[in-house]
Design a binder for this molecule. Sequence first.
Ligand code: FCB
Length: 494
Amino acid sequence: MSLLTRRRLLRDAALSATAAGAARAGLAGAAVAGTAASTTALVAGCDADPDEAPHGSLRFPPGFRWGAATSAYQIEGAAKEDGRGASVWDTFSHTPGRTRNGDTGDVAADHYHRYAEDLDLMRDLGLGSYRFSISWSRIQADGSGRPNQRGLDFYRRLVDGLHERDIAPMATLFHWDLPQALQDAGGWENRDTAERFAEYADIVFRGLGDQVPVWLTINEPKTVVQNGYIWGHHAPGQRDPEAAYLVAHHLQLAHGLAVQALRATGAKTRIGPALNLHPCYPAEDTAEATTATRLYDGYENRLYLDSILKGAYPEDVLADLGPDSRMVRGIRDGDLKIISSPVDLVAVQYYTPIYVTAEGDTVSKWPTSEASWQQIYPEGMYDILTRVTRDYGPVPLTITENGLPCPDTLTADGTVDDAGRIDFLRDHFAAAHRAVSDGVPLESYHVWSLLDNFEWAEGYDQRWGLVYVDYPTQRRVLKRSAHWYRTVIRDNGL
Ligand code: FCB
């Protein structure tokens, strides 16, 4: 195992379990360098006073779709209803010490029961697209075998409800909630899981047919690799980099097999991966930092982009992992051909940049949000979008996640003033607009998230929603950002 991989493992393993999400982008545990990061800056972004007056000058192209995103385990609840089986996140969140306050997704935002109300909220906001995920263990309780009709029916009702409200559904097949039975059989370390995934995908494609115009295969494979298998802050909670990169390969194999499964149904709908991409910059102006950044970028971005869009893993990453690594040994003839099955679009999730030192460590240069792994740097949105277009050609892009956690509170008069979120979104929308003006074929933008929800190891502590969820009553309240977003959508711009 390479020096870089080992250093990352050791550094991050030193973090406490409750630093959880903190390790997200490999930023936690790193020394805070640069100027701006301070405790005040941590939440200052959330208190900012936005200039809400429409600029009127940043219009997006006609037909551009504005949306919001969620995922199944984070919002649905109803963990044991209608034949749903357990997923790795049920197991993980119910294991003492794994999540903040011991929070679980058992109830979450109770969306499984309140989806009709949530659909009405989406209509009120004027959303043109809604990105959600399907829970594999609702469709196949144990991850294989006969489909559970009640699970399929739930998503059918959701999709029908979206169409009735003129909102385009965008469905992710896998947002980290692997059926526990498959984990027991080796999870993503087991190549067979990729085959099971293709079978599940086929069931869902046939069940929901052409009603879903855009499918996304796997949400952020990199987060499963890093958080699930290197740092252990996410399910399944392992700390094994050798296993991690084999998992990276199998996740991508599963992606490719699902793309092929969709084509095999003859469906006319579109499909692509959902990748969290981090623009990587040298932290210092030295040749060593530039070299280290190049390799870091390989692990963060090219390991997923090159394989899917160019049909080859990046040579520098393969060399760094070494020929005896489990990943390299696990690649079989023909795998890259499957992985690079042509996609119709690439979904980009942008939250943070990464700054890399000569030693291959990461440092912060900008204020971080409540999520300490997130540096607020809108320019990174422009950089990553233009880079994908420059390096991989004019493949259509959609932003499927971008957002900010704020310490939102519901006031006595029933409002939530999240001015900082407006600031954040406005700056990121403007950066995306600039990318579009410079020729990036970006077709839609989904804010993370529609609702406050179960933020994985951070439980319910971090609120990322446009809509506030009062968990004891499950009441929904539009935050100030939601009202503002409605005007952005109406005007198709800022
Ligand atoms: C992304 C995840 C999403 C949510 C946001 C904050 O990495 O895909 O589920 O946790 O971060």
